[in-house]
Design a protein around this ligand. Sequence first.
Ligand code: ZN
Length: 444
Amino acid sequence: MPETDYATNFSPEMLEPVNSVLEQVLSCEAAPFYREKYAGAVKAGVRDYAAFTEIPLLEKAELLRRNWRERLYIPEEEISHFSISSGTAAAGSHLVTPQASYETENLFRYYLSDQAFGGKPVKRIMLLLSPMTSFAPRMIKASRPGLIMISGDVRNMKTSALIARETEADGLATFSGALHKFLDACDSLGITLPNLRWISLGAEYTSQLQYDYFRAKLPSAVFRFRGGAAEIGGNRYYKCPSLSDRPDTFHLMHHTHLAELLDPVSGRPCVPGQEGEITHTDLARKASPLIRYRTGDLGVIEKRACPCGENIILYLKGRMGFDNFRYGGIVFSVEMISSALGKAAPAGFALKPDFRLHIYEVSEGGRPRPRLELHLIPELNAGPSFDGAGAARLSKLIAENLYLSPSSSVADMEREGGIRSFEVRLVDAFEADTIKARKIIPHF
Ligand SMILES: [Zn+2]
């Protein structure tokens, strides 16, 4: 099958940069990572897509096991910054990756061009981002004459709202969880921001319901979505104006990366229209190049003509890894759920260790909030512990021990309104999933 029949943006022009990156990582004396991983089985000189797909896949866990110096392929003096992947709430899952540049070219091309502002350039952009993201310094570096960057504070939304009003911010670079809180702060202070007309959203999934809510709150704003991951060096997906009506639909930046969609179980290339895991290969000689890296994000590639001239469209399917999912500023992680389930046995509940967390969106007054259902299977002969009050007691026990942020449990979030409701359901078996082993299932 030629590469055109697969869900990838591969083109023969990518072979030269692919081979150049292979040459870089295989010849570098100082960094053993790829040489040891491939153990002589991979050589530069790949001639076609079929040969490329013979290169072993790269997992995040492999990178986490090695110090960044062991995967540094340029002199240390040339590092400009470390990107830090946000990981989950669990310690030790943050991946630190050295980067050689802030890649401001992509920002100019896709996010700070006049077209990205809907044809009307904005003048004052507030950065309302996580302090650990490298997107904020990248935006500052990419700023051009006449464009002013304003610091916001995601931990102090009321002050951020007041500063946005005082500075007459007309742009906001943020993520959907922060935008909800920012708009709440504006409402509680009676602040309206008539100047705000460009909103850049990234870092976490924005559902259609959230997007509709934001558009209703800010009817004159243009929304621009960023897509990508910290460890791959930032944003790799962009939207042309024709794709602006859906938050999960993107084009790929072909000049910086080769994307493949692979069946998450078999690792085999998907065909267009088939859901698979997005796999990333750098096409530039970066500080720590990634080759066939499994991003943990699910998507579908369709090959059809877009009015902008592009022929490949990527639909993100929840931007979901197997172990965590971000929504509305909350991290749902397999590790934290498993840890909460660990409290069940000592309390007398005999359960199988597996689970499925179903996340539904409920709209109240137009504002979406998550409703959670945790499906669990009791052990055979589990006894009377699950009768009547027992199930309610189990729900309460897990809600109090399941942390969705370092400081807030499900029970806290239910009280504070961040979560609509949480419920444990005991089932005989799990429903079949489209992708095996998916434990956290968003229904939007
Ligand atoms: Zn397009």
